[in-house]
Design a protein around this ligand. Structure first.
Ligand SMILES: Cc1cc2nc3c(=O)[nH]c(=O)nc-3n(C[C@H](O)[C@H](O)[C@H](O)COP(=O)(O)OP(=O)(O)OC[C@H]3O[C@@H](n4cnc5c(N)ncnc54)[C@H](O)[C@@H]3O)c2cc1C
Length: 425
């Protein structure tokens, strides 16, 4: 069936990654008829949502821009184990992004960013519990807590200093002594100076969660059209009249661009600019063994994530601003595994079952871009969920649905507005 055989929806969502699907969930719940179009399949490995580590919950709410990052950045450029790198190139959009990023590396911005991201993550966790209670989604969310492992005394002291701010905001983060770590993960050899536990650390099974979410949406009447790349828009005045896809035209009342890093290209077709850069990362899936933890572990200084998945374990990391290039760098992949073995020396990483790369849609302040596209009365954008998009997408989807429906947003919508960098916030 082509899109021309389909009923025109109230809202057309472009992109069936976690962000597009969460927008569809809340738009449908608000009573709209919704169609989601994607150029690939749901769970297609090209999408950033399909191969990530799936950490959700209230840990990891710090923005990427923090005091001290610019100084470390120069050193990181030359190390394959560095968590952050930039491929040097003359690109005006990248330079503008870096300028805004640099401006956000202050105590004031980092604190405000933490507060906002934590509020989004807390709301998202509550919403994820609701979503994952739906038919077919049971088992895709697990909540066994998350360990923050620190390799050095300095890193451990830094991590412990975050406990008061987190607990003051209701996050159950606490120090773990050696005996308790051994009791939680018996038989796992941790080469660490210390560790913390966040009892609200949760995990999504990826890509099973996406596939089950898409099925649940279909069961609620949402049409999901795959193989339908959006190629152009028909515009009259301040309104998009038609969306031209590889499978025909659709004439929705409202359009939502939720196409991850490709949102920039979609928005550009309408003359709308987004302050967004792709940030590449990798995950490597290996068989689980005796050295594998049974709950999610974040390797604090190395910024590497270790996610157990039954008989396998997925290890993910790095953030490279290298444009829309998803090629795999073996040097970087080796760097991630080397970091993982520094914390978990018994981890078997020789047999790689899968090596995956994904492009995170990143903004300079780590907050998503959610709101109306200037110049249009019926176009909105939901992207920029960056390094924690699985953990932000439900609250972001709820906000987007409130904006499109014209109801009072539960969160301060201006904080996520598309034009905030131009306004100098
Ligand atoms: C290594 C790695 C590890 C990560 N780990 C975590 C984690 O543990 N926890 C966490 O919260 N986040 C994590 N993330 C981040 C998270 O994966 C992303 O923030 C999130 O997946 C972004 O989702 P999205 O829907 O915006 O984009 P995507 O998943 O990329 O979806 C965009 C969709 O738009 C479609 N599309 C693009 N252009 C068009 C077009 N023209 N027409 C139609 N369709 C189009 C694409 O096919 C795609 O399906 C990780 C990311 C990486 C790379």
């Amino acid at each position: 069936m082509t899109t021309s055989d389909r009923r025109d929806p109230d809202v057309l969502v472009i992109g069936a990654g976690v962000v597009g699907l969460c927008c569809a969930w809340f738009l449908s719940r608000a009573g709209h008829t919704v169609t989601v179009v994607d150029r690939g399949e749901v769970g297609d490995p090209a999408a950033c949502s399909a191969g990530n580590t799936g950490f959700v919950g209230t840990q990891g709410s710090a923005p990427l821009a923090e005091p001290g990052v610019p100084a470390k950045g120069v050193r990181w450029l030359f190390s394959p184990e560095s968590p952050f790198s930039v491929k040097p190139r003359l690109d005006g959009a990248l330079l503008a992004w870096l300028w805004h990023f640099r401006r956000h590396c202050t105590e004031r911005h980092a604190r405000a960013g933490f507060e906002t991201l934590l509020a989004l993550k807390q709301r998202s966790l509550a919403l994820l519990r609701e979503i994952c209670a739906a038919d077919g989604l049971a088992g895709t969310l697990t909540e066994r807590g998350m360990i923050l492992a620190c390799h050095t005394e300095q890193g451990y002291a830094r991590a412990r200093r975050t406990i008061p701010a987190a607990t003051a905001r209701g996050v159950p983060l606490r120090d773990l002594d050696r005996a308790e770590l051994a009791r939680l993960e018996p038989g796992v050899d941790f080469a660490v100076a210390g560790a913390l536990l966040n009892e609200e650390g949760a995990a999504l099974r990826i890509p099973a969660f996406l596939v089950a979410l898409a099925d649940a949406l279909r069961a609620r009447g949402v049409d999901i059209v795959t193989g339908a790349e959006v190629r152009d828009f028909e515009v009259t005045g301040r309104r998009v009249r038609a969306v031209r896809t590889a499978r025909g035209d659709l004439r929705p009342a409202e359009v939502v661009i939720a196409a991850g890093v490709w949102s920039t290209a979609c928005a550009r077709m309408l003359g709308v600019g987004l302050t967004l850069q792709p940030a590449k990362g990798y995950t490597v899936t290996v068989p689980a063994g005796p050295g594998t933890p049974t709950r999610p572990v974040l390797l604090s200084e190395g910024k590497v994530a270790v996610m157990p998945l039954g008989d396998r374990v997925r290890i993910g990391g790095t953030l490279e601003l290298s444009g829309l290039d998803a090629s795999v760098s073996p040097r970087r992949v080796d760097g991630i595994l080397h970091t993982a073995r520094r914390y978990l020396p018994a981890l078997e990483t020789d047999r790689r079952l899968d090596v995956w790369s994904g492009l995170r849609p990143c903004t300079p302040d780590s907050l998503p871009l959610i709101g109306r596209a200037g110049g249009f009365d019926n176009v909105s954008v939901a992207t920029g969920h960056g390094h924690i998009g699985m953990g932000l997408a439900p609250a972001g989807g709820e906000l987007l649905a409130q904006i499109v429906s014209g109801t009072e947003p539960a969160l301060p919508a201006r904080t996520f507005a598309l034009d905030r960098f131009r306004r100098g916030i």
